[in-house]
Ligand binder design. Structure first.
Ligand SMILES: [Zn+2]
Length: 140
C-alpha cells in the first residue's frame, strides 16, 4: 500500500467528517490489496475472519466514500447486488459475467472503445464514462 494512498484516504474521510478507524482502513486495504469484484457481505465476512468486526452500515458508508473519491469502482449486476473493485493503478476495462457461475471476466477492446467514441462524436457528444456488461454463457 502506497503511503500517498493512505494520505488520500485520510483526506477523503476528513472531508466527509468521518474518523479514520481500523474498520474503515481495513475495508480500504482489503480492496486495494485484492484483485477482484467483491460485494459488501463478502468483504465483511473476510474481515470478520481476521477478527475485525465491521457493521453493514460502516461498510456501506466506507464503500460509498471509496467510490465517491475514486479509490474504487462500483458495479451493479442483474442480481441487484453491488460489487466493488479497486481502481488505484488499474487500467479501464469492461466486464463479462457468466450467468451460470457468476464468474466475472475482465476485458478491454480498443476497437469497441474507438467505435463508441466515433458514434458519440457523430451525434455531437463525447463519452465521459461508459459501462459495458456482457452477460454470457460458456460455450458447451
Ligand atoms: Zn473489473
Amino acid at each position: 500500500m502506497k503511503n500517498s494512498y493512505i494520505i488520500s484516504f485520510k483526506e477523503a474521510l476528513k472531508k466527509e467528517n468521518l474518523k479514520f478507524t481500523n474498520q474503515r482502513y481495513s475495508i480500504f486495504k482489503f480492496l486495494v490489496n485484492n484483485d477482484g469484484h467483491y460485494d459488501c457481505d463478502s468483504i465483511i465476512n473476510y474481515l470478520n475472519k481476521s477478527k475485525i468486526k465491521v457493521s453493514k452500515a460502516t461498510a456501506y458508508r466506507t464503500l460509498d466514500l471509496l467510490v465517491k473519491y475514486d479509490f474504487c469502482r462500483k458495479m451493479v449486476l442483474d442480481d441487484g447486488i453491488a460489487r466493488y473493485e479497486n481502481k488505484l493503478d488499474t487500467e479501464h476495462h469492461d466486464h463479462m459475467i457468466c450467468v451460470d457461475t457468476g464468474k466475472i471476466i475482465e476485458f478491454v477492446s480498443p476497437e469497441i472503445e474507438k467505435i463508441q467514441d466515433e458514434i458519440a462524436q457523430q451525434k455531437g457528444y463525447k463519452i465521459i464514462k461508459h459501462v459495458h456488461q456482457l452477460f454470457v454463457k460458456k460455450i458447451s
